[in-house]
Design a protein around this ligand. Structure first.
Ligand code: UDP
Ligand code: MG
Length: 328
C-alpha cells in the first residue's frame, strides 16, 4: 500500500481531529452567540464519537477594530483546549482570513478543517453530514445553500450572473457554495502550495481535484451585527475571481477591438466612395460617434490590461498574504 492509499484509508478508521475555522471581522456582537453554538456542536460531535477529543475551534481575527480579539482571548481563557485564536495584524479580507485559519489548522496537525462564517449563516448542523462524508472517503465536502432568501434580490441576481460568467470562462465553481466547506489534510496540503496574493478559494478549491461531495443546508439570517461584505468588497472578490483563472476577458476585448476596426474600415471605404461620387455629407455626428465608441473600447481594453498587469505586479512582489500579530 503506498503512502497516499494508507492516508486515505486512515480517513475512515478513526474519528478525525477536526478544526472549525472561523474568520471574524468586527464580530464582537455575533461571536458570543456563535461561540456557544459552535462549542456545543464540537462537544456533541465528540460525545457521539464522530470527531476526536482533541478537535478544536480556530477563530481568526482579521484585524478587527472592535472587541473581537478580546472576545476570542476570553473564549480561549474559558476553554484553552478547544478555543484557539490568531489575530492578523491588519484587515486582509475574508479569503485571506480563511486561508490563515486553514494553514494554522494544517500546522497543528488536524485531519480535516471546516471553514464557516462567524455569523451562524452557515448551518452548524450540516457539519455532522460533512464529517460523515469525509469518513466515507470524500476529501472535500462543499456546503451548498438550498435557499438564498436571506440574501437581497440584488445579491442573488449579481451572484447568479457572476457564477454564469465564471462558468463561461471555463472556471469550475460550485453553484450556491460560499466558503462553508470541509477539507481533509491532503487537500489542505495541496492548497498550501498556492502562493497567489489575490485569493479566490471558491475557484482554487474545485481546481484541486480529489473526491468531493456536496451537503445541502438552509442559510439563516445573520445572528447579530451587520454584513462585513459591502459592495466594494464584493466587487473586489468578483474581479479576483474573474482575473485569477482566465485571460478570456483579454481575448474578448481583443475580439471587440478587431470588430470595431473592421467597422471603421468599412466606414472609411464608404466615405471615400461618397467623396468620389460627390455625395459626401458633412456630418460631425458620425465622427463624434466613432471617436466616442473607439475611445470607449480603447479605455475598456486598457482597463482590462491594467487589471491583469496590476495583479501581476502584486504577485511578483511575493509579499506575505497576512502577518499574524498574536496567537492564543
Ligand atoms: N470577514 C472577514 N474579513 C473581512 C470581511 C468579512 O474575516 O474583511 C468575515 C466575517 O466576519 C464573516 C465572514 O467573513 O465571518 C463573512 O462575512 P459576512 O457575513 O459579513 O458576509 P455576507 O454573509 O454578508 O456575505
Ligand atoms: Mg454572513
Amino acid at each position: 500500500m503506498n503512502k497516499e492509499e494508507s492516508e486515505s484509508s486512515s480517513q475512515s478508521a478513526q474519528p478525525p481531529r477536526l478544526a472549525l475555522v472561523i474568520p471574524c471581522y468586527n464580530e464582537e456582537d455575533a461571536l458570543k452567540q456563535t461561540a456557544v453554538v459552535l462549542e456545543g456542536k464540537v462537544e456533541g460531535l465528540r460525545s457521539e464519537g464522530l470527531i476526536a477529543e482533541d478537535s478544536i475551534i480556530i477563530y481568526v481575527d482579521d484585524g478587527s477594530h472592535d472587541a473581537t480579539w478580546q472576545e476570542i482571548v476570553a473564549l480561549h481563557g474559558k476553554d484553552p483546549t478547544t478555543s484557539h485564536g490568531i489575530r492578523l495584524a491588519h484587515n486582509k479580507g475574508h479569503q485571506n482570513a480563511v486561508y490563515a485559519g486553514l494553514m494554522k489548522a494544517l500546522s497543528v496537525g488536524v485531519d480535516a478543517a471546516v471553514s464557516m462564517d462567524a455569523d451562524l449563516q452557515d448551518d452548524p448542523d450540516a457539519i455532522d453530514e460533512m464529517v460523515s462524508r469525509y469518513r466515507q472517503g470524500c476529501e472535500i465536502v462543499y456546503g451548498v445553500r438550498n435557499n438564498r432568501q436571506t440574501d437581497s434580490a440584488f445579491k442573488r441576481g449579481t451572484a447568479h450572473c457572476f457564477y454564469r460568467l465564471m462558468n463561461w470562462m471555463g472556471t469550475e465553481t460550485i453553484p450556491d457554495h460560499a466558503d462553508f466547506r470541509l477539507m481533509g489534510k491532503r487537500s489542505l496540503q495541496a492548497l498550501s502550495r498556492y502562493h497567489e496574493v489575490n485569493l479566490f478559494l471558491r475557484g482554487i478549491v474545485p481546481s484541486l481535484g480529489f473526491k468531493t461531495s456536496e451537503v445541502f443546508y438552509r442559510r439563516s439570517k445573520r445572528v447579530a451585527g451587520k454584513s462585513k461584505y459591502p459592495l466594494k468588497k464584493m466587487i473586489a472578490l468578483a474581479v479576483d475571481g474573474l482575473t485569477s483563472f482566465s485571460v478570456k476577458p483579454l481575448s474578448f476585448i481583443t475580439g471587440l477591438g478587431c470588430l470595431f476596426t473592421v467597422v471603421g474600415i468599412v466606414m472609411l471605404i464608404y466615405t471615400l466612395v461618397s467623396v468620389a461620387t460627390g455625395h459626401a455629407v458633412a456630418g460631425w455626428g458620425s465622427i463624434m460617434c466613432s471617436v466616442w465608441i473607439l475611445g470607449g473600447v480603447n479605455l475598456m481594453g486598457m482597463g482590462v490590461l491594467g487589471e491583469y498587469i496590476g495583479r501581476i505586479y502584486m504577485e511578483v512582489k511575493g509579499r506575505p498574504r497576512y502577518i499574524v500579530e498574536e496567537e492564543v
